[in-house]
Ligand binder design. Structure first.
Ligand code: BDR
Ligand code: CA
Length: 313
């Protein structure tokens, strides 16, 4: 099978960085057509810079990186420096990128790519707020039927929320965009906190990254060292949750994940529960299924895959 063509839409973020590295390390399965940056964990200028830092760390400077939306569709931007640090990539000491940003807006790149490639051959992989993806769908609605699949990190059901008591960060930041995506009719796979809070970088897993002894292995160990302090304090968990790499791991080994095809709606009205992903996990409503909402992960298999692939960079 030829590698799956994808666009990574991202707000790096240490866990976004690991997701990108996993994809770039897996050319037999994944062909990264481009990376589109969006405002999220930190403002757009930093996410667009961080995406290029990661491409250079991976030695893949031929991957085009585009800057996209600098704010959500209808709300003020909320960022997460309290988790990711001031730069978004705090932890390792990585050089500023020398590769330039690609010309043009990320939304135009998404639209143009979907119009150019054969229908049903391009998968979108959003790892941050869905502002770029929703803007592309609003501007060019006909691209929806050309998308092979959307595999995204966002939302929660049993874990409920991490930025508010009821909302996960990516969906909370741009709930209007998330609603547009959920109603698009596209085949959607969701990696919620229910899965990603089981993908924890324990000390042994962090040691395995560092033991690779490569610039990539050491940088990933240092990123997760930094990133883990937040979740350890908040949840008392064993280490940093690698949220976004669940998306790129799914493209390589979908068998590592299990979930349910159910209805998922986004709360966009109530300030109390803004951005909540109302997943009908128990199928108690008549609302039609519109997404595969993952619930479990083979965490040991996931970390074995990740460590093996990072060793290739
Ligand atoms: C999501 O929010 C960001 O902080 C992470 O990069 C991840 O995409 C987890 O809620
Ligand atoms: Ca992210």
């Amino acid at each position: 099978m030829p590698p799956r063509k994808i666009i990574i839409d991202t707000d790096p973020g240490q866990d976004d960085a690991v997701a990108i590295l996993l994809a770039l390390a897996s050319p037999d399965e994944i062909d990264v057509l481009g990376i589109t940056a969006v405002a999220g964990n930190v403002p757009l200028d930093l996410t667009a810079k961080n995406a290029r830092i990661i491409c250079e760390l991976a030695g893949k400077t031929d991957v085009p990186v585009f800057a996209g939306c600098d704010r959500p569709l209808g709300r003020d931007l909320v960022t997460a420096e309290h988790v990711h640090g001031k730069t978004g990539l705090d932890g390792p000491n990585l050089p500023d990128p020398t590769m330039p940003l690609s010309d043009g807006h990320a939304v135009d790149f998404i639209i143009d790519t979907l119009r150019r490639e054969e229908p049903g051959t391009v998968t979108l992989c959003p790892l941050g707020p869905l502002s770029n993806i929703a803007t592309a769908l609003q501007r060019a609605p006909e691209i929806a039927e050309r998308v092979q699949q959307i595999v995204l990190m966002g939302g929660a059901y049993f874990e409920v929320g991490n930025i508010t008591p009821t909302a996960e960060f990516n969906i909370y930041v741009d709930p209007d965009a998330a609603e547009i995506v959920m109603k698009s009719g596209i085949d959607i796979v969701i990696m919620p906190l229910d899965v990603t809070h089981k993908a924890l970088v324990t000390q042994a897993r962090n040691d395995a990254f560092r033991a690779l002894g490569t610039p990539v292995g050491v940088a990933v160990a240092e990123m997760t060292d930094f990133f883990e302090r937040f979740d350890k304090e908040k949840y008392g968990s064993a280490g940093a949750p690698l949220h976004d790499p669940c998306v790129t791991a799914y493209l390589i080994r979908p068998d590592l994940f299990t979930g349910r095809h159910v209805n998922v709606e986004i709360e966009t009205g109530s300030e109390l529960t803004m951005g909540m992903t109302v997943a009908d996990w128990w199928r108690v409503s008549d609302r039609p299924a519109n997404a595969t909402f993952m619930g479990d992960i083979d965490a040991d298999g996931f970390f074995a895959l990740l460590t093996d692939r990072l060793a290739r960079l």
